[in-house]
Design a protein around this ligand. Structure first.
Ligand code: ADP
Ligand code: ASP
Ligand code: MG
Length: 435
């Protein structure tokens, strides 16, 4: 008998009809002879609606209260799903994150899972029942408060439970048929990827491909949990996320064949995009040692995570330079305030804030061993008449910043330039608002 952890995202349980449809899938998995643990997200756009509601009450609500509010979304879906499953003659019980033994640190709004002690879930399985767990939430034992895991955190709950229960597979059910070579909402000709390594999925998720939450992929890699990303609306097989780049090289191949094995793997796994960042430019920074250090010290102290950084060559006549960096849009105000505080000390001229940027990232383990990938990327963007404002690279990723309103065109142009377009018709987006 296999132990299966199934996670259903918000668009899969958006209304009463969808909840009943998902209950049928759960019943099928159970009747097929599996032990089944389910993790469920809040219905539809509930979490966004709760965030909007809180914003109408308070511009800066206490983080603890925010987390208590947001965990309500998953409590609604878990109990309704348990009712629907019971109606089909399958015994099911719902549990909050704390009841399921998801222990986190105290970082409200972005808590990390530090332990999983799923005693009650185990007992439920042993009784032959289905456990339905609220995703995205846990408990901080020190304060005995509920916490949330950050947006998309139900994926992380599912992976952590799969690891804690030593499940055979963790299935992530969503509103598309798997992980595609680009977001099918932007590139209808995107192709489904059958298998992708943890490293590539990490880069895609970190670059904005929200089909899987970044922390869930990190957790899956650390504990070796294979993920199967698939649609809750179809029976089609999805994408397997497992293994590492090293596994692609056959250890038994005779000398000289390793390269060939790698070459057979696609050069590029996909194109991700991200509209959630903003750019800050500090102009007229005196070009002397210690200035960059000071700027980024205060930005770090404001709690902002920096992504890309560009420093221009200083103009010989002025001895001054401009430094630009990107960060999550929401961190903008606190980073700007921190920089204003050190204006006198650093002696820069001005600060510019730009939230109309978009980031495109090309990801693929194969680019390690192939020259010319950057040139082809930049050429495709040039041919689309789009200007590149910033560039950064990792071993298996190249990212560029463009104007936000050119981003979709850039993604489509790059997708085509790397031969990723599917010849088999358009990808299906079954549900969801893309919010
Ligand atoms: P869920 O509610 O199931 O958690 P999400 O909205 O969080 O679903 O994630 C699924 C969405 O991720 C898809 O509808 C799609 O628009 C988006 N997405 C972005 N990049 C990709 C990609 N490379 N492959 C598939 N989907 C992607
Ligand atoms: N409901 C939460 C969110 O919208 C968690 C999740 O869906 O994974 O971010
Ligand atoms: Mg999600």
């Amino acid at each position: 008998m296999a132990l299966v952890v199934q996670k259903y995202g918000g668009s899969s349980v958006a209304d009463a009809k969808s909840v009943k449809r998902v209950a049928k899938r759960i019943a099928e998995a159970k009747r097929a002879g599996n032990d089944v643990v389910v993790v469920v997200s809040a219905m539809g756009d509930t979490t966004d609606d709760l965030l909007d509601l809180a914003a109408q009450i308070s511009p800066l609500p206490p983080k603890r209260e925010m987390d208590i509010l947001l965990t309500a979304g998953e409590r609604i879906s878990m109990s309704l799903l348990a009712m629907a499953t019971n109606n089909l003659g399958i015994k099911a019980k719902s549990f909050t994150g704390p009841q399921a033994g998801v222990i986190t640190d105290a970082a409200y709004g972005k808590a990390r899972i530090v332990d999983v002690v799923p005693h009650r879930i185990r007992r439920t399985i042993e009784k032959g029942q289905v456990a339905i767990v609220a995703g995205f939430q846990g408990v901080n034992k020190k304060e005995d408060d509920v916490t949330t895991l950050g947006r998309g955190g139900s994926d992380t709950t599912a992976v952590a439970l799969a690891a804690g229960l030593d499940a055979d597979v963790c299935e992530i059910f969503t509103d598309v048929d798997g992980v595609f070579t680009a977001d099918p909402r932007i590139v209808p000709t995107a192709r489904k990827i059958h298998r992708v390594t943890y490293e590539e999925m990490l880069e895609l998720a970190a670059s904005g491909a929200k089909v899987l939450a970044l922390r869930a992929v990190e957790y899956a890699r650390r504990y070796g949990v294979p993920l199967h990303v698939r649609s809750s609306f179809s029976g089609a097989p999805g994408t397997l996320v497992s293994g590492t780049y090293g596994d692609l090289i056959d250890p038994n191949a005779p000398d000289g064949d390793e390269e060939e094995d790698v070459m057979e793997d696609p050069l590029i796994s996909g194109v991700a995009h991200d509209r959630s960042e903003a750019k800050i430019t500090v102009t007229g920074v005196p070009d002397k040692p210690g200035m960059a250090a000071r700027i980024f010290e205060v930005v770090a102290a404001s709690g902002s995570n920096i992504d890309m950084i560009v420093q221009n060559v200083s103009a010989a006549s002025t001895g001054r330079t401009d430094i630009s960096f990107t960060l999550p849009e929401g961190s903008g105000p606190s980073a700007l305030a921190a920089l204003r505080d050190v204006k006198g000390e650093v002696g820069y001229d001005s600060l510019e804030f730009d939230d109309q940027i978009g980031k495109l990232s090309l990801v693929g383990a194969g680019m390690k061993s192939h020259p010319g990938v950057s040139a082809r990327l930049f050429g495709a963007v040039r041919d689309a008449g789009i200007n590149i404002e910033m560039i950064s690279t990792s071993e298996i990723r190249i990212s560029i910043v463009t104007r936000a309103d050119s981003l979709d065109d850039a993604v489509r142009a790059v997708h085509t330039a790397f031969g990723l377009d599917s010849l088999e018709g358009e990808a299906v987006v079954y549900a969801g608002t893309g919010r």
